[in-house]
Design a protein around this ligand. Structure first.
Ligand code: ZN
Length: 302
């Protein structure tokens, strides 16, 4: 009799696991490795928000690898070897000095071999001269990038991504922070499918004039920049070798990240980078922003 109860309990537990959509168990959560440690932004404050954005949906297990600080000795750098290959997706919150060659090589091998990569905000400022990194992120800003020389300025005209190599000048700019509307031009991509096609993003920097190789890159969503007077890409996917890359220039600070739209996009973009599909994070949150109204994610209870 005891045995039968135990079996019954076991099957209930299994049913519960199946119902929760996590039939494979805790250890089968998608593994995300966040890289931070150097940034001209407050990475110490924003990395915990990125961790929360991912882990709050119950589908991701996040670890953080913090690089040595600027000016650290070579000996210290030699001890920093992020385990890219153990992650389903790497997410960069890093904008700083060049990684050691060994780390660069292992990162390229990881993405090329089918790893996922998520680029958030100033992560697209880093490594302006690293050719392969620029192919991976599609477009970037600052870091010495020049429109034309380093690739076209990608912007959106009538729902299509346009590559402008004629305009000259520095890649990367932004005006004062403000809330802005994000519009999806691809509503069938797993990252955007089923979401309202227009939504108001919380106060953020609106990056414009991003340029780069823009190879194997598609744009899923844009925002109109009052500064550049163009529609600038806000949601991008890039393929590099067998790897998948999701890139959003949104997410300047904690305030910008605590937007339900940003949380949703980060979850979906990360799942897509990890698996090529969006299934486990597809549910549209009840408090997703509308076209006119921002939606702030309340701070986690302490
Ligand atoms: Zn910023």
């Amino acid at each position: 009799m005891k045995m039968r109860i135990a079996l019954h309990l076991a099957s209930l537990t299994l049913a519960g696991a199946l119902l929760s959509g996590n039939a494979l168990g805790e250890d089968k959560k998608m593994k995300v490795l966040i890289i931070d440690g150097q940034n001209n932004h407050n990475w110490k404050a924003t990395t915990p928000v990125l961790v929360e954005a991912l882990e709050s949906c119950g589908q991701f297990q996040v670890t953080v690898s913090t690089s040595p600080p600027g000016g650290a000795s070579q000996e210290v750098w030699e001890k920093w070897r992020p385990a890219f290959s153990k992650a389903d997706t790497v997410l960069s919150n890093y904008n700083g000095q060049d990684w050691p060659e060994e780390v660069q090589k292992s990162f390229l091998a990881y993405v090329n071999g089918g790893g996922g990569f998520v680029v958030v905000h100033a992560a697209n400022n880093s490594f302006g001269k690293w050719k392969e990194y620029n192919k991976i992120i599609g477009v970037g800003g600052w870091g010495g990038r020049k429109i034309g020389r380093d690739g076209p300025w990608v912007h959106i005209v009538e729902g299509k991504a346009v590559r402008d190599s004629e305009t000259k000048g520095n890649g990367g700019s932004h005006g004062p922070r403000h809330p802005f509307k994000v519009e999806h031009i691809d509503t069938t991509h797993p990252v955007t499918k089923g979401l309202p096609a227009k939504w108001m993003h919380q106060k953020d920097e609106l990056y414009c004039r991003l340029c780069g190789p823009a190879e194997n890159m598609e744009v899923q969503g844009f925002s109109y920049s009052p500064q550049s007077k163009r529609n600038e890409p806000m949601l991008m996917t890039i393929s590099y070798g067998d790897g998948r890359v999701f890139h959003t220039p949104m997410g300047h600070d904690v305030e910008a990240m605590r937007c339900r739209g940003f949380f949703t996009i980060i979850q979906r973009g990360t799942e897509w980078a990890a698996t090529g599909a969006v299934k486990r994070t597809a549910k549209v949150p009840d408090d997703f922003p509308t076209e006119e109204k921002v939606s702030v994610v309340p701070s986690a209870k302490k």
